[in-house]
Design a protein around this ligand. Structure first.
Ligand SMILES: *Cc1c(COP(=O)(O)O)cnc(C)c1O
Length: 236
């Protein structure tokens, strides 16, 4: 008999996928238009397996030193890793070959480093630019002016592909403020797409976590990063 946590994680995943599908329909999109990144930072491989067994293919970690051993343990499996948290420049070389996307490019220096190392490794790196949408001092992310600066220089960086923007809601934001922050990110994206060289391909909006992913989808998220909701009832 399979251990009880497997069943619970499967139910949690089905619940989250159902809510994602409903929120996508409410926002006039198809369920398949929103991608779930299952954030595995709370758990070891044993608790990731039930997600994989149920078809979950995109996993996220917020610390490179936690992503590395998990990605190595699951090497050869049909899994795409997303780096969703702060990435120090000295960790780019080891991280880049393991990931499909980096959500958290939050400075020009980091973009430069990723470009240089991607060139050395003869690959291309898919990035999202992290925006400080709440104005919260404690949050990472580019202010609007910095964001435009990075986008205006993208032609210099031939080994990075900027696919979109990412944000986190402010720590103290209630649901209405959170919704405004997500809407602001979408507006920023729409404006940059039309006004900024390099802004044209900003397809992806990575926003929304366990507490606010439905709001994020209603406001246009194409990627949600959900962790604790998947492991409810399993973690202490
Ligand atoms: C941990 C984390 C998440 C997932 O958070 P939950 O609230 O557990 O769903 C999403 N994004 C980032 C950047 C994180 O660090």
């Amino acid at each position: 008999m399979s251990p009880p946590f497997e069943k619970r994680i499967g139910e949690n995943l089905a619940e989250v996928e159902g809510r994602i599908a409903e929120a996508a329909l409410r926002s006039g999109r198809r369920p398949g238009d929103v991608r779930l990144v299952a954030v595995t930072k709370y758990v070891e491989i044993e608790l990731i397996e039930p997600l994989l067994a149920r078809g979950c293919r995109t996993l996220g970690e917020s610390r490179p030193q936690h992503l590395w051993p998990k990605a190595e343990a699951l090497a050869g499996r049909d899994v795409a890793w997303h780096m969703i948290g702060p990435l120090q420049r000295n960790k780019v070389r080891r991280t880049l070959p393991l990931v499909e996307m980096i959500h958290s490019a939050d400075s020009l220096r980091l973009v430069e480093t990723i470009d240089r190392i991607a060139a050395e490794l003869q690959r291309s790196a898919r990035l999202l630019l992290e925006v400080n949408a709440s104005g919260d001092q404690a949050k990472h992310g580019l202010a609007d002016a910095q964001l435009e600066d990075v986008l205006s220089r993208l032609a210099e960086y031939r080994h990075v592909e900027v696919c979109g923007l990412m944000c986190m809601a402010g720590l103290d934001s209630g649901p209405e403020e959170t919704r405004r922050e997500f809407a602001r990110l979408r507006h920023t994206r729409d404006r940059l797409r039309s006004s900024c060289p390099g802004g044209a391909a900003l397809e992806e909006l990575s926003m929304g976590m366990s507490g606010d992913y439905e709001i994020a989808i209603e406001e246009g998220a194409t990627i949600v990063r959900v962790g604790s909701a998947l492991f409810e009832g399993v973690l202490k």
